[in-house]
Unconditional design. Structure first.
Ligand code: NAP
Length: 298
């Protein structure tokens, strides 16, 4: 039976650590980190994400603001809003909740955010810095995965990490992060995607398997080797007549059978998910600290 990687517990620890640091900085400087979330339209999932992000900020003593716009907003207005927060010294992190309506060029909006306030780590400057191994804001979900591996003392050096999924927000950044020649990384990395003809050929060789596919119960026990470390990023909603909501959330990995073969595994929910917000708060705190240093406040 695998050791269950408890993302909820680790995320709570990270938040507690941040809370203490924020209180300390407030005492010394009178300032606190600020995060603004920009939300366009009324996608229910986006609304839930944004409200949990802003609640998390407030619990830690950060300033938090949500800028809400109707889905018809013009691109120019959105750019003006981002520009305003680029200049606002009370907000150190800006996040634009994706996806945006189709008439808005998402990439253009992301590129309007100052790289020093891009706490989601999606700006091309930050992506480039990640690839060449320079200090940057790591995208929150991959950052959460690296932190989980670190806090569970799971060795990555020389290990074969197989990432299934090549999205810009999970697959590509986690592969690049684990590839870096430094502590907590230094892995041999394979990235798979939907063009793989025989996915098992790759997954069976993984010491660490990261599934970021978006297909429920896709990775089965016959696709992994004994003692594999499994990180399940997937969040899939499936019908569940026994639950009040009528659905439940499952990952990309068939947990019950893979757990019997794995040495470590993240559950869904309660694995990678809670880490994403914890790392967003971590990035916002880092942006705040850099702002204080740059302005010689500390
Ligand atoms: P995405 O953009 O849809 O990417 C999915 C990737 O899986 C693509 O690269 C796709 O290949 C690959 N794929 C699909 N079918 C495949 C197959 N049969 N064999 C091999 N590869 C296949 O998704 P994403 O944004 O990375 O998210 C992935 C999952 O993680 C989703 O369930 C999402 O909800 C979840 N997620 C969770 C968090 C969190 O906080 N825990 C954060 C972000 C995302 P192609 O590139 O060839 O299409």
């Amino acid at each position: 039976m695998a050791i269950i990687i408890d993302g909820k517990k680790v995320a709570a620890e990270i938040r507690e650590e941040l809370k203490l640091k924020i209180a300390d900085f407030k005492n010394k400087t009178g300032k606190v980190p600020g995060l603004v979330a920009i939300l366009v339209g009324n996608n229910p999932a986006s609304e839930v994400y944004v409200s949990s992000k802003s609640r998390a900020c407030e619990e830690l003593g950060m300033t938090s603001k949500v800028e809400k716009f109707p889905s018809e907003i013009r691109e120019e207005e959105l750019i003006q809003c981002v520009t305003r927060y680029n200049e606002d010294e009370n907000f150190h992190g800006i996040l634009v909740q994706l996806p945006l309506p189709s008439h808005i060029n998402e990439q253009k909006i992301i590129e309007t955010i100052l790289p020093s306030k891009d706490v989601d780590g999606f700006h091309p400057v930050n992506v480039g810095n990640l690839v060449i191994g320079k200090e940057t804001f790591y995208p929150c979900t991959p950052y959460g995965i690296v932190e989980l591996l670190k806090r569970y003392s799971i060795e990555t050096k020389g290990k074969h990490v197989v990432v299934v999924g090549r999205s810009n927000i999970v697959g590509k950044p986690i592969a690049n992060m684990l590839l870096q020649k430094k502590e907590g990384a230094n892995a041999i990395v394979t990235i798979c995607h939907s063009a793989a003809k025989d996915l098992s050929r790759y997954t069976k060789d993984a010491d660490i398997l990261i599934a970021a596919i978006g297909k429920e119960n896709f990775i089965t026990a016959d696709m992994v080797k004994e003692d594999v470390v499994v990180i399940d990023v997937g969040i899939n909603r499936i019908e569940d007549k026994n639950s009040k909501k009528g659905y439940k959330i499952v990952g990309d990995v068939k947990f019950d059978e893979v757990e019997k073969k794995a040495s470590y595994i993240t559950p869904v929910p309660g694995g990678v998910g809670p880490m994403t917000i914890a790392m967003l708060l971590t990035n916002t705190f880092s942006a705040f600290k850099k702002f204080l240093e740059k302005n010689k406040i500390i």
